[in-house]
Write a protein that binds this ligand. Structure first.
Ligand code: IVH
Length: 669
């Protein structure tokens, strides 16, 4: 039995524990660099809870134990922002940003302006109020003048300090801080997975999930959601003076508030534009969603001179990225048959601009997905296209339903050849059972001829469709028997083009083993696995003869992939196609066992002069090395290009070897 300390002793220990726990919260949630184990942390927190239980009157609202949900409320109170929370003007092109810079220079009569460039976090804007360093109020932006009082909800956010840290820089008596509450992509995916299991409606994106979680009348619900915060602006602050926005951010950091790491000071608009490009390229690697870069004039006196216009400051602009989501209407749902026979339902939509291109079709994946999202013909939907990813339907906007929408079901017979459709109960997809289905043949030939495979220039979809429809080609090996006269007879193919295609087919005979393996279109064998196989075997023959054990003993080849490869080579038709390809003259250069950079891990930051990021990555991989997206102790080299990001600082902190482009070239040459 542990004895109960006197109230005075308890109060002292409580104060000590709170300081210590606050510090560890800061290390963990703000700096992302904890200095104690989870168990030690839990021990401190438990001891604090124990003492507070003994003396409930010693509990204060800023105690780390108070990061749990308070009782539910009937409705939110309102908070009037003492300084309005403005919105930002948007820019969608480089030209508009250059114009913004010109306008500022003209208004100020200056020739050079320093900007702070910050990621525009896609979340919910909030204001936090600290009195004497203690968190006392939190509110949403609302209409910019009046927001909702969400004090108890925001209190549950782990990276939101309930008490600011006193450093050399005194904490102001009153401090209003603005920032964005968001949910990480990982936590969003996890939350939706859980909601799906429990049959609850899914959130369309992390922003909706964050906003929905903050605007909960029951703070314990908010507490159960993993929210996070970045702060980026100041409201009122008593007893401190700043001359630059970057100083404000530095002070926020030193008080323990969480400031984004990807913030740059740019001494020209060109640098800011470059930062925007770099960040857009890295957007998918960040674990939170951003929809642009906010550019802010750094000097606060200049901000004051510029003032504001129609509720937006003249000194800042949101330079947006290509949107990744858009809203449109589904006109029809059609079914595509792929090379493995898989029937994929595809939404045919009103054309819409998203991710930088016009999109008319989006995949609905399979019947289970259609049912799960309850997608119907005629529905208004949110679609998403991120990077090179195939556009997909994310969610239905159910509020827009009129009652005229029609449900869709995958047919029981193949829409192309009429054969039966089979659905393995363990799989989500339905498949056409006819291996000679023209749709399957066409797709496998398209894949065979594609860039990463045999790379046959000029052999496009239209030509392939005609070749298959006329029975000129039934397997990929038939391509090598084609005669110019056969091609020249086809619709819209001039003599010269026919010769070009014949030449391209001929040229494709000289290939690499990896390309050939990939071209065969074995299920689960993408370019990477094909390369792994090519590195482990010297010939197609050797792979064909390999046992299942031999295949799965290769690093990176698991049971599912191994079985698929093994089964592919047991099929008589496949063996024949391979024999035909070889006798038609398909040859590959003996594999180069590139191992010079084996085990070496590279990270790139900033723009390289002579290579695109993807090219540099390919080179490293061809030499047996790997490329990571973030710096950790496992990394061997950090290659620094122009305008490096925070990875450089991280590499310096961890003492990892930093090299420039010239040295990188030497290493790979
Ligand atoms: S500064 C007066 N900085 O963008 C300037 N805003 O359209 C106030 N946002 O309501 C905003 N990241 O929700 C600023 N780094 C950032 C931001 C940011 C996201 C949001 C914020 C604001 C909206 C403006």
């Amino acid at each position: 039995m542990v004895s109960k300390p006197s109230k005075k002793k308890a109060a002292e220990e409580i104060e000590e524990l709170r300081k210590e726990i606050n510090y560890h919260n800061y290390r963990y949630y703000v700096l992302d660099s904890p200095v104690i184990s989870d168990q030690e942390y839990d021990r401190l927190l438990r001891r604090l809870e124990e003492l507070e239980k003994m003396y409930p009157d010693l509990v204060t609202p800023d105690s780390p134990t108070q990061k749990v949900g308070a009782p539910p409320r009937e409705e939110f109170g309102t908070v009037t922002h003492s300084i309005p929370m403005l919105s930002l003007q948007n820019a969608f092109s480089e030209g508009e940003v250059v114009e913004f810079d010109r306008r500022i220079k003209r208004l100020l009569g200056m020739s050079q302006i320093e900007y702070v460039a910050e990621p525009k976090i896609d979340g919910l804007a909030v204001e936090l109020v600290y009195r004497n360093g203690v968190y006392v109020q939190g509110s949403t932006r609302g209409d910019g003048y009046v927001g909702e009082d969400v004090t108890d909800n925001l209190r549950t956010i782990r990276s939101l300090p309930l008490r600011l840290i006193e450093t050399k820089l005194p904490v102001p008596g009153l401090l209003e801080v603005r920032g964005e509450v968001y949910m990480s992509k990982k936590d969003f995916a996890e939350l939706n997975r859980r909601r799906e299991r429990e049959g609850e409606p899914l959130f369309a994106n992390p922003r909706n999930a964050a906003a929905g979680s903050v605007r909960q009348l029951d703070p314990s619900v908010t507490a159960s959601r993993k929210l996070n915060i970045f702060v980026y602006a100041i409201g009122r602050a008593e007893g401190v003076e700043f001359s630059k926005h970057s100083e404000v951010l530095d002070s926020f950091r030193s008080w323990g508030l969480r400031v984004n790491r990807e913030i740059r000071i740019c001494d020209s608009i060109e640098k800011a534009i470059r930062f925007h490009q770099d960040l857009e390229a890295r957007r998918k690697d960040l674990d939170y969603e951003i929809d642009g870069v906010v550019l802010k004039v750094n000097r606060l006196d200049l901000q004051g001179q510029l003032g504001e216009i129609s509720r937006s400051p003249r000194w800042a602009i949101a330079y947006k990225f290509e949107p990744e989501q858009a809203t449109t209407v589904i006109k029809d749902i059609v079914v595509q048959v792929g090379r493995t026979g898989a029937l994929t339902p595809v939404a045919v939509m009103e054309p819409v601009h998203v991710g930088g291109v016009e999109v008319k079709r989006a995949t609905l994946h399979n019947q289970d997905e259609i049912d799960r999202k309850d997608v119907r013909i005629g529905d208004t939907v949110i679609i998403q296209r991120a990077g090179d990813v195939i556009p997909e339907v994310v969610a239905v906007v159910k509020e827009k339903r009129t009652g005229k929408e029609r449900k869709f079901r995958i047919p029981d017979t193949c829409p192309v050849c009429g054969a039966d459709v089979y659905k393995d109960p363990d799989e989500a997809v339905s498949r056409c059972t006819n291996i000679s289905c023209p749709a399957r043949i066409k797709q496998s030939i398209k894949h065979f001829a594609s860039k990463g495979a045999m790379d046959i220039d000029g052999l496009g979809s239209k030509l392939i469709n005609q070749l298959v429809d006329r029975g000129l080609v039934t397997t990929v090996a038939d391509l090598y028997r084609l005669k110019k006269s056969e091609l020249a007879g086809l619709e819209r193919l001039a003599d010269k083009s026919a010769q070009n295609v014949i030449d391209a087919i001929e040229k494709s005979k000289q290939t690499t083993l990896a390309r050939l393996i990939y071209a065969l279109g074995i299920r689960h064998v993408g370019e990477h696995v094909a390369r792994v196989l090519a590195d482990s075997f010297d010939s197609i023959d050797a792979i064909e003869k390999a046992s299942l054990d031999e295949l799965t003993s290769i690093r990176e080849i698991g049971p599912k992939v191994g079985e698929s490869i093994y089964a592919f080579f047991r099929q008589k038709q496949n063996q024949k196609v391979i024999r035909d390809l070889v006798s038609a003259g398909v040859r590959f250069a003996p594999p180069r066992h590139a191992t010079r950079l084996e085990g070496k891990v590279f990270v790139f930051t900033g723009a390289l002069h002579d290579y695109k990021r993807s090219e540099a990555k390919k080179i490293v991989e061809q030499l047996g090395g790997t490329v990571a997206s973030s710096v950790s102790k496992k990394v061997d080299f950090v290659v620094v290009g122009e305008d490096p990001g925070s990875k450089l600082e991280e590499a310096q902190r961890l003492g990892i070897k930093i090299i420039d482009e010239a040295t990188f070239k030497k290493i790979i040459s």
